[in-house]
Design a protein around this ligand. Structure first.
Ligand code: NAP
Length: 530
């Protein structure tokens, strides 16, 4: 596929743009990657969302089998791009081929999982309460509810998952599965990868005979394009993965709309890990190895990266910390997705370095290399009192570093945990004996997070129906929802109720004969009977 560098608005690429503003950049060399891309104009954003709005009225009535086949066709099309997609993504992000191959598999698996969800139909949660005309003192009307799509969704591609959380990633798959048209803002650091995947979706839209506005992709670097998208009156919801500042800016922009809409933003997290004394004594070295692997996986560029560790201040913790320090001293540098992440990582490390009572081990940072994106892993240690006195130590440092907080007493540990803000995940390392007295810790970690991992590590988020990838603010903007797993479809649906309708005007999902054979709550009991 030869890249043309244009926006994909409904069924056509945008016209040539003279005011070229950015290119992809190879983070290992700093070299620009052709072709050039330009910021979408307000008129182009509006055209994409007008087409999405027009598509909504047709998509809402699209049968579920056609929608499922469309999602599968997108997955087939992505596989059909072959190695060219992985090569372009590798050039734009410095992610290794093995990682990108796995991520492509996850992307396609997500699309296929959502196709199954659509076919199954239970995500629509049909509910039927038959009329009771003779009920006293008042008759009961016939009331039927199911979920319907919200309408045009704006999706922001994430930098750290150029496939699985970008143009055809989780937000896109879940919004399309819900039946919503989407307009994606490609992440400016992998525009070529975005274009390739976007053209696959555009082709699948055409081949399925769906309305052209089902999908659009616009490019932009700088905040104007994204802000225009979320403020556009036709936008009905937003899916975002990225920084806390970016997510907050979008939430604030939406709050100034005449009709505020939901913003599902997945932002920062430090993912605390608690190591209890029995576990530190029994398998401290294995925990250190696993922890360091999780901290440096993907050059630390995961929202589930464990950035804070709490343990009692004893000899087993000393041994565990020494092991972490040895691993950090030997670990090679990695290359970040883009030089901007190194700037943020350096600022975060500088913040830790500046605190009296925080010690750094590992090698000193290099100069960033030719692309300005080289990353050096670091392990920091501090004590509970310093942690308590410096709340900024609990803020995310996005990259391959972690801070171990050594707590003299168990009370210091629980007091430190009680100060944590919302997290995507928390992790507990404990033996059976440790767990006997750990009810308070489990409760504290449950209250501040969306997923609690026992004797494992939080990176490597399984994509499955039971997964929850969300958490209290500031991990996400809506604690009730997930951005990974099939439950993500709920974010883009709303309940709708038909009262007193004749059979022929009801959707098949709500007809008495249950022609689709799906699970429904009928007069208070779940059944797939007619
Ligand atoms: P980002 O800066 O938040 O950007 C994500 C998307 O949002 C981009 O399309 C960006 O485009 C847009 N954006 C950012 N700030 C905006 C604003 N104020 N108004 C409107 N649009 C805005 O994230 P990133 O580029 O992926 O990485 C930067 C930092 O985000 C990292 O250093 C890390 O701290 C964090 N991050 C977190 C996660 C996570 O999973 N939680 C993932 C990736 C990154 P424009 O810049 O063109 O506006």
């Amino acid at each position: 596929m030869e890249l043309h560098g244009r926006h994909l608005i409904a069924d056509a690429p945008s016209a040539d743009a003279a005011d070229t503003t950015f290119t992809g950049v190879d983070p290992t060399t700093g070299d620009a990657l052709s072709p050039p891309y330009c910021d979408a104009t307000d008129a182009e954003v509006d055209r994409a969302l007008a087409a999405a709005e027009a598509a909504h009225s047709q998509l809402i009535d699209l049968d579920r089998e056609s929608r499922a086949k469309f999602l599968e066709a997108v997955a087939d099309g992505i596989m059909g791009l072959g190695d060219a997609l992985l090569e372009r993504a590798g050039k734009e992000t410095a992610l290794p081929a093995a990682r990108l191959t796995g991520e492509r598999g996850r992307t396609c698996a997500q699309l296929r999982q959502f196709a199954s969800v659509v076919r199954d139909g239970s995500h629509l949660e049909p509910r039927i309460d038959h009329a009771l005309p003779d009920r006293e003192p008042l008759p009961k009307p016939d009331v039927r509810q199911m979920h319907v799509p919200l309408g045009p969704v704006v999706v922001f591609g994430a930098s750290n998952f150029p496939l699985a959380f970008s143009v055809a990633g989780g937000d896109t798959a879940s919004a399309l599965a819900a039946g919503c048209p989407i307009v994606v803002k490609g992440h400016p650091n992998h525009p070529g990868t975005s274009e390739m995947v976007g053209r696959v979706i555009q082709s699948a839209v055409r081949a399925a005979g769906l309305p052209a506005g089902t999908f659009s992709l616009v490019h932009g670097r700088g905040h104007a394009v994204g802000l225009a998208m979320v403020k556009n009156p036709r936008t009905r919801a937003v899916g975002f993965t990225g920084s806390l500042s970016g997510g907050r800016a979008l939430i604030d922009a939406v709050a100034t709309r005449e009709d505020p809409i939901p913003v599902y933003a997945e932002m920062g997290s430090v993912n605390p890990v608690v190591i209890l004394p029995g576990a530190a004594s029994e398998r401290g070295e294995a925990i250190a190895n696993g922890l360091f692997g999780a901290v440096t996986l993907g050059v630390g560029q995961f929202c589930t990266n464990p950035g804070l560790v709490f343990a009692l201040d004893d000899e087993n913790t000393s041994a565990l910390v020494h092991r972490l320090e040895a691993l950090a001293a030997d670990a090679p540098d990695g290359t970040f997705l883009h030089a901007g992440i190194r700037t943020g990582y350096r600022a975060g490390c500088d913040r830790l370095d500046a605190v009296d009572g925080v010690a750094r081990s590992g090698r000193a940072d290099g100069d960033g290399g030719p692309g300005g994106a080289r990353a050096t892993p670091a392990v920091y240690t501090t004590d509970a009192a310093t942690f308590r006195d410096h709340p900024a130590l609990a803020e995310e440092v996005f990259g391959p570093s972690t801070l171990v907080v050594r707590c003299p007493h168990r009370d210091d540990l629980t007091a430190a945990l009680a100060t944590l803000s919302g997290q995507l995940t928390a992790t507990l390392h404990a033996t059976d004996a440790d767990l006997l007295g750990a009810g308070d810790l489990v409760a504290l970690l449950r209250d501040c997070s969306g997923r609690l991992v026992l004797n494992g590590f939080p990176t490597g988020v399984e994509v499955c129906p039971s997964m929850h990838h969300g958490g209290p603010w500031p991990a996400t903007s809506d604690v009730r929802t997930t951005s990974v797993g099939t439950a993500a479809v709920r974010r883009f649906l709303r309940p709708f109720c038909y009262q007193g309708f004749p059979q022929h005007l009801l959707p098949d999902e709500l007809k008495d004969g249950n022609p689709l054979g799906i699970m429904r709550l009928v007069d208070g009991a779940w059944t797939d009977d007619a």
